[in-house]
Write a protein that binds this ligand. Structure first.
Ligand SMILES: Cc1ncc(COP(=O)(O)O)c(C=O)c1O
Length: 414
């Protein structure tokens, strides 16, 4: 069996897409689930079903505790953040309603909203500045005109920009709007307190900062949110109230139909356990230090442009960069093939964010650090980018050198 990561030490800087490597406890918990508790959770009364149900409950309790929600049944499991955001937006918005969002959103908010717009929902997109911060005055002004929902990301998957969450939630609350917060980039990366912040609906994914497996995520219902105001996206078997053909109302069954991803949730519970022991605050402090080190060094390399906030305390460990006179695709390719640095190039499913940052339509090279990134990884990445930028052709008259091949690292060492 061949593996993509056997030949050289890889520097994985694509944690904003999905985190890697996962803590070994995650695979161990998933294997144990399949071997020891592989019944259908909540369906049958036998011991394997009960064992599986216990694992799912433990995962629910772990998520509730991480986001400080008292009732674990207010954690609704979904496949990912996209599924959670669709549950929130399609469940809250009807034709004639108004929704306010920002010009930095990922397509997992933009696409459901554009579909809802087609069905008669008014969608208002608040502009953001070139560092990605939403215009708070405009946000407040639009909410004051009346909006059923304010939905926005906690942090950008392109520039790492962290929005002023408390301020935005307070403004929405004051205007009587429900808040839908996309925490895909911040769950496990920044401390989030759903109760203290008084968020209505928080969408998270399990496979990024939480270090869990793909196929896990969820929607957390804040303590003051009335679940009856949200229509379920899917209905079907829940293992509860089987005598009725109508879908049950109780939580979490109201929003969870069909067999849950027990094996994934076993991995997620193990991942959150590892994270909780290390603490989100410590992960954040370490990632912020490494991001500052990377940002400072890259800013000193001629021809490298960094997008997003200058202050590392206002961004997650995500940097979008461009290198002058080199096609961004080629930067990604050289980083991978010559230096073993894995990044993501392009528009990152967020065309609105790239328009805001001024990087549309070519996109940018995204470096996203994570839980396992070391100072050595950062230093080697700086060297690699220095090599690419200093070897980049600097054509006269500002001619674009897109598509030209750069000398490889072995041909032209630093
Ligand atoms: C800001 C943001 N929102 C939502 C998503 C969607 O997450 P998922 O792929 O888990 O559905 C992503 C994923 O990249 C993201 O970065």
């Amino acid at each position: 069996m061949s593996s993509a990561n056997t030949d050289k030490h890889l520097i994985y800087l694509d944690n904003a897409a999905t985190s890697w490597p996962k803590p070994p406890e995650v695979a161990a918990a998933m294997a144990a689930y399949l071997a020891e508790s592989g019944g259908n959770p909540g369906r049958s009364g036998h011991r394997l079903s009960i064992a599986a149900g216990r694992v799912v409950l433990e995962a629910r309790e772990a998520v509730a505790s991480l986001f400080n929600v008292d009732d674990p049944f207010r954690v609704i499991f979904t496949l990912n953040a996209t599924h959670a955001l669709n549950t929130a937006l399609f469940g809250l918005l009807q034709p004639g309603d108004r929704a306010v969002t920002t010009a930095m959103e990922h397509n997992s908010i933009m696409r459901p909203l554009r579909e809802l717009e087609r069905r008669g929902v008014e969608v208002v997109v608040i502009p953001c500045d070139t560092a990605g911060f939403v215009d708070v005055d405009r946000f407040q002004h639009e909410l004051a005109q009346g909006a059923r929902v304010a939905c926005f990301q906690h942090a950008s998957n392109v520039s790492g920009t962290i929005q002023p969450l408390e301020l935005l939630v307070t403004a929405a609350r004051a205007a009587g709007s429900y808040t839908v917060v996309d925490a895909a980039q911040t769950a496990g990366v920044l401390p989030i307190d759903v109760t203290a912040t008084d968020i209505d609906l928080l969408a998270f994914t399990g496979h990024k900062g939480l270090q869990g497996p793909p196929g896990t995520g969820g929607l957390v219902l804040g303590p003051s949110f009335d679940p009856e105001t949200l229509q379920p996206l899917v209905r079907g078997g829940t293992g509860s109230r089987s005598e009725f053909e109508e879908h049950p109302n109780m939580l979490p069954d109201r929003f969870e139909a069909g067999t849950p991803n027990g094996v994934g949730l076993a991995g997620l519970a193990a991942a959150i356990d590892v994270l909780t022991k290390r603490t989100v605050r410590r992960v954040r402090a370490e990632e912020q230090d490494l991001t500052a080190r990377l940002q400072l060094a890259l800013a000193a390399i001629p021809g490298v442009r960094i997008y997003g906030p200058l202050d590392p305390s206002l961004r997650t460990a995500v940097l979008a960069i461009r290198i002058e006179n080199v096609a961004q695709d080629e930067v990604g390719l050289i980083l991978d093939e010559e230096f073993g640095v894995l990044t993501r190039v392009g528009l990152h499913c967020a065309p609105a964010a790239h328009r805001t940052l001024g990087t549309f339509p070519d996109g940018a090279v995204r470096l996203s650090l994570g839980y396992s990134t070391s100072p050595d990884d950062v230093d080697r990445t700086i060297e690699a980018i220095h090599h690419i930028a200093t070897c980049a052709p600097h054509p006269p008259n500002g001619l674009d050198a897109v598509g030209k091949h750069l000398p490889s690292a072995s041909e032209k060492p630093l």
